[in-house]
Design a protein around this ligand. Structure first.
Ligand code: MN
Ligand code: MN
Length: 454
């Protein structure tokens, strides 16, 4: 297959660099689900979106509204010319990424050092998260109702934190272990301080860190009980490759699909069918919780939307979902010449070959997957070809090698057509993942074509 790079004219190459540069900068600002929601709302407000809760009167074609769930989950709509009951065109992506979360009692002192204890979030190779600069992002919620935002390790003047690794000189035993236990979950402890408080009788370094936190952020040790602090790789996303054709960054899975979906819906003016973009939390741990895809929140929002357009009956709600079409916008694995043995070359995604459609995901015989209807994919192929969007299809690795899942099957439960469609990523779930700029651009074009033409 020819790559997009061979097809683009000079004018398009400029657009690819501009678009992917915007994405790279957005990614650097959005390392947690909360930060993604915050930046999304900032952006969509500038583009005329208003909060569904405060929107007055009936919804009209071309109206732009959004809804937010607990600062971690957001839904955007551009109202179509047809009634909602004719169905929506939905783009759904997740905005949580694998990381290390601080435990509820995180801070302790050992051998003259202060450390934070963590519990990892999502599927990670633990050994990848040591000996690298890390930042702390999150919120501390205090009993008085106030919320302290934490972001340490991103500004040039900030310190960073990190997790030590055993020196090679003394690692003879460690080097014999299998990779899944070479670094254990309990060993992922973040070093945060080493200066003792002179007056403390017990745990002088821990005491010093607590004094520092109280002075700088007004938080006490007990406030960690109601905090959500994520330890993530420090630093900005960067151009990757001598030809600047790729982007290296933390959290492409799945913010690359979230951002491109978001940009696609911003381009909708008065679509035929209502455009929807839903960005969810908790996908990496099973789409659980009030802000994950399994939550009833999405159905509640659509009920409200129906109420503001015509009538929010159960019949109308069911009809709206049954007539809807969705792209589950999530990343795929890019074929990696360092590890060709895990992929079937005829059913793999390649960098620079466009957006990736996965008819199914899952593991052990498609278990847990959505497995899209071919009638639906035929319609999508037609639109992609008409709009000259380059696409490819893939499976997540060879049969029996492994697998994975997305939010696709959850929305399909509402009786709508769903297929997985996303951008290929190298080193998925590593602290730094890689995408091709050409694929980022084709992803955006595919999502736009889907909203406009399906
Ligand atoms: Mn994902
Ligand atoms: Mn993932």
């Amino acid at each position: 297959m020819k790559t997009v790079w061979e097809k683009y004219k000079d004018s398009e190459l400029k657009k690819v660099q501009k678009f992917s540069g915007d994405y790279r900068d957005f990614l650097s600002l959005t390392k947690t689900e909360r930060e993604f929601v915050r930046e999304t709302i900032k952006l969509v407000k500038q583009e005329g979106f208003v909060n569904l809760e405060t929107k007055k009167g009936k919804l009209q074609p071309g109206d732009r509204v959004y809804a937010v769930n607990r600062e971690k989950n957001v839904c955007l709509f551009v109202i179509g010319q047809e009634p909602l009951t004719k169905g929506m065109n939905i783009l759904g992506a997740h905005i949580d990424s694998p990381r290390l979360d601080l435990k509820q009692n995180p801070l302790y002192e050992a051998n003259g050092l202060a450390l934070f204890d963590t519990h990892y979030y999502g599927g990670i190779k633990k050994y990848q998260w040591v000996a690298r600069p890390m930042a702390l992002h999150g919120v501390v919620c205090k009993k008085d109702g106030s919320i302290v935002n934490i972001e340490i390790g991103e500004k040039d003047s900030d310190p960073v934190v990190g997790i030590s690794d055993l020196l090679i000189h003394l690692a003879a035993d460690q080097m014999k272990k299998t990779a899944d236990v070479v670094v254990t979950g309990e060993a992922l402890n973040v070093l945060v301080g080493s200066i003792p408080n002179k007056n403390a009788k017990k745990d002088p370094v821990k005491t010093a860190i607590l004094k520092l936190l109280e002075k700088k952020y007004g938080i006490k040790e007990a406030d960690f009980l109601s905090a959500e602090i994520e330890v993530v790789p420090a630093g900005k996303a960067r151009d990757y490759g001598l030809d600047n054709s790729m982007i290296l960054g933390y959290g492409h899975d799945d913010r690359v699909c979230a951002y491109t979906s978001l940009r696609a819906i911003l381009d909708m003016k008065k679509p035929k069918r209502t455009s929807c973009c839903i960005l969810v939390d908790k996908e990496e741990i099973g789409s659980v919780g009030a802000t994950g895809m399994h939550s009833k929140w999405f159905e509640m929002v659509i009920t409200k939307l129906l109420d503001k357009q015509s009538e929010a009956s159960l019949v109308n709600l069911n009809e709206t979902f049954s007539n809807s079409m969705m792209l589950s916008s999530d990343v795929s694995n890019a074929f990696d010449p360092n590890y060709p043995e895990v992929c079937d070359p005829n059913n793999s995604a390649y960098f620079g070959c466009g957006i990736v459609f996965n008819k199914f995901t899952g593991a052990r015989g498609k278990g847990g997957s959505n497995d899209a209807n071919p009638e639906y994919f035929a319609k999508i192929r037609k639109v992609m070809d008409q709009e000259k969007v380059q696409f490819q299809t893939c499976e997540l690795g060879k049969v029996d090698v492994g697998g994975g899942g997305t939010i696709a099957y959850i929305l399909a439960q509402l009786n709508m057509e769903v297929i997985d469609a996303g951008i290929a990523v190298q080193n998925m779930h590593a602290p730094y993942e890689v995408v091709s700029k050409g694929d980022v651009y084709e992803g955006y074009r595919a999502y736009k074509a889907f909203l406009e033409k399906m």
